[in-house]
Ligand binder design. Structure first.
Ligand code: FES
Length: 353
């Protein structure tokens, strides 16, 4: 900028905007427009210009105001590292949270929070068995989900039957144990903390000489687990890499926390994203996402806040968050908290508003 007599500076949070197909927009790049995220001419007299773009469909999007995004006009989460708004709730937010109502688990192990969000503590009731596996739903349409469903699968020693969620994306997470996951004829060694992507139309089975606990997320929801009498040998080899394990060295820093995407575009998943996150002892500012999300607490304890309600969480708990539901996951463990998240539609866990 050649001249800096501009007074107004936009806040570092994206703005939820409804774009109309075929309409042109001028996104502010100088950060001084009072009509954020759009240009109001405040850049005049400088060498900056708005970014003009046309919407190719009717869509609700998060447009960047911090101007640190590498994907302008869209927010890419860069605002989280500019100030500590995500890292810590404000004093006013903490007071509001402390005045909210604690919800305890009901007889089914579920604590129902605001907007249909909930925390579920898995038990072995309601599970169905097939060969070496038993499985039970954790998130389904009946629970209010509209995008994704989640099964917990317990695997005994041996070779499981062939399994399939027909014609949908399936994302596995190895919570415990190790062995092999065979996808439509191709075998992958897997261990605790591995994320695995099964493409639509492929079948899979487990081989282990220990016990395994696996979470299976299915997107979009509405497809039940089918037990096949024989394999479908249609491994889609153009996407050969399917198993990813957490590696702190390659994780992305976001405010005072970090995350690593396991299942995403690099393994061929366009619709769903799976990640591992690490949170220090802290209470994040309330925020929302445009996606629907399932979270599993891997280590640590804390509290889930959703506005007017909150509940305690611990290792093994499943959290369901509808899209746009305000929330804050607080970690109360001195040693921090680790979690696995899966969300649909795909994107970055750093994009929040
Ligand atoms: S508001 Fe700029 S990256 Fe999110």
């Amino acid at each position: 900028m050649t001249q800096n007599n501009l007074k107004y500076v936009a806040v570092n949070k994206p703005i939820l905007t409804s774009l109309e197909k075929g309409k042109k927009y001028a996104w502010c790049t100088c950060k001084h427009s009072k009509s954020q995220p759009f240009c109001d001419g405040s850049h005049k007299g400088t060498d900056m210009k708005p970014l003009v773009f046309m919407a190719d469909k009717d869509e609700d999007v998060l447009l960047c105001t911090c101007k640190a995004t590498a994907s302008g006009p869209y927010c890419d989460g860069a605002h989280n590292n500019l100030e500590d708004t995500y890292a810590e709730a404000s004093v006013e937010e903490v007071v509001s949270m402390e005045n909210s109502t604690q919800v305890n688990l009901d007889l089914n192990g579920k604590a129902l929070l605001d907007g249909g969000a909930y925390v579920l503590r898995p038990s072995s009731t309601n599970s169905q068995s097939a060969g070496t596996i038993s499985y039970q739903p954790m998130i389904s349409e009946e629970d209010g989900a509209t995008k994704l469903s989640l099964h917990k699968i317990d695997v005994l020693s041996g070779i499981s039957p062939w399994l399939q969620y027909e014609k949908v994306d399936t994302v596995l997470y190895i919570m415990d144990g190790k062995g092999q996951v065979e996808i439509a004829g191709k075998e992958f060694d897997v261990q605790q903390e591995a994320g695995i992507y099964i493409r639509p139309g492929e079948a899979f089975r487990f081989k282990t000489d220990t016990l395994m606990t696996v979470f299976a997320t299915v997107c979009p929801l509405g497809t039940d687990l089918t037990i096949l009498s024989e394999n479908v040998t249609n491994f889609q080899s153009e996407h050969a890499q399917r198993s990813v394990t957490f590696d702190r060295e390659t994780a992305t820093v976001m405010a005072n926390r970090l995350y690593q995407e396991l299942v995403d575009k690099k393994v061929g998943s366009k619709e769903v994203t799976q990640f591992i996150g690490e949170i220090p002892k802290s209470r994040a500012a309330m925020h929302r996402h445009l996606y629907e999300e399932a979270i599993i607490i891997l280590t640590g304890i804390g509290r889930m806040w959703t506005g007017t309600k909150w509940t305690e969480v611990e290792m093994g708990d499943v959290i369901f968050l509808p899209h746009r539901q305000g929330h804050s996951l607080e970690c109360t463990s001195d040693s921090g908290m680790r979690l696995m998240g899966v969300f649909y539609p795909s994107g970055s866990p750093a994009i929040n508003y």
